[in-house]
Design a protein around this ligand. Structure first.
Ligand code: 173
Length: 323
């Protein structure tokens, strides 16, 4: 009896001096894009990998996309810890972080941003404004386009009503369009009812929600660069996770980020072909019109950032373009 309790005491003393071996942590995740669609897929691949490779360490409980939470709420949910991880484009959280609208203006890859100090600066802004850690960026190399149902012959959008998010707002406004902001989930109905003459969207993903049925033309060239970001609530990142758990999430996030960046040129080409096969015609601006189109996109984009984030615009430009 005495021997037994002495043994127990020794074991308990031993247990007490061991570093707290972390229990498995469960994190709640949400996506700003519909489940299974183009801009949720990298995030879902991330979750799958974490759940496979992180057994006993980290588990991610995916509560889903816009059916679980409106896209423009994801930033807020990450900030307040309602979820631990969110998948969202900067355009969905400009209410909290106006500078997030600059991410689309990147001209260098996220890998280069990680090297030139750009990522660190953008992470700091996410820390401060969104109470979030900037874990990864996907969508690199994917341009945005204007899709229309009335033919246009020059970079002039007067008389057209176009569906936007903050991504396209300054650019299409500069070309005279009337703007209607909607979440992606409302685009199909808006097209069907004829309340919009077109919409902004990347080269990838128009088939996800059936928009090819209601789309006549794509305008080329594409502009900007998609950012779809993995954001971790900062208290979760700093306090709920230990070094090993953070390292696992970061490693897998970087793997997904790199794989997505490498795949995008091929996916873009497939989507262009698929659009042509579906009967979507291209309106391609060339020469001077092309230059006006691209210059207006970039200049209106940066002018807007200067307006909403004057203290940050120079550093953002350096971070995102290297200049
Ligand atoms: O909804 C949008 O058009 C939008 O802002 C966006 C951003 C990144 C990827 C896909 C859509």
């Amino acid at each position: 009896m005495m021997f037994k309790s002495a043994c127990a005491a020794v074991v308990m003393a031993w247990v007490a001096v061991q570093p707290v071996s972390a229990e498995q942590v469960t994190l709640r995740a949400v996506s700003g894009f519909q489940e299974g669609t183009s801009f949720s897929r990298p995030f879902e691949a991330f979750i799958k990998k974490v759940n496979e490779e992180g057994k006993g360490l980290v588990r991610i409980n995916y509560i889903g996309g816009p059916k679980a939470m409106p896209p423009f709420e994801v930033g807020n949910a990450v900030k307040n810890g309602i979820v631990d991880i969110g998948n969202a484009t900067g355009a969905f959280y400009t209410n909290l972080m106006p500078a997030a609208d600059a991410l689309k203006l990147s001209e260098i890859s996220i890998q280069e941003q990680r090297k030139n100090g750009g990522w660190a600066y953008i992470n700091k802004l996410h820390n401060e404004k969104l109470n979030a850690y900037y874990l990864a960026r996907t969508g690199d190399g994917v341009p945005f386009h204007l899709y229309v149902n009335k033919p246009i012959t020059k970079p002039d959008l007067h008389g057209l009503t176009i569906r936007v998010t903050p991504v396209y707002r300054a650019f299409f406004a500069a070309l005279g369009a009337n703007l209607v902001q909607t979440a992606p989930g409302e685009v199909y109905t808006a097209l069907e009812r004829g309340v919009i003459d077109g919409y902004g969207w990347p080269i990838q993903g128009i088939f996800d929600l059936g928009w090819q049925e209601k789309t006549k033309y794509r305008v080329d060239p594409g502009f900007y660069n998609v950012d779809v970001n993995f954001l971790v609530n900062l208290d979760t990142w700093n306090k709920k996770l230990d070094d090993k758990q953070r390292a696992l999430l970061q490693r897998i996030a970087l793997e997904i980020e790199a794989a997505n960046g490498a795949d995008n040129a091929k996916i873009n080409a497939e989507e262009r072909k698929r659009q042509a096969d579906a009967g979507i015609k291209t309106i391609a601006f060339e020469g001077k019109d092309r230059q006006v189109w691209l210059d207006t996109a970039r200049d209106a984009g940066w002018a807007y950032i200067k307006e909403v984030a004057p203290q940050q615009v120079d550093e953002l430009r350096k971070a995102l373009t290297g200049r």
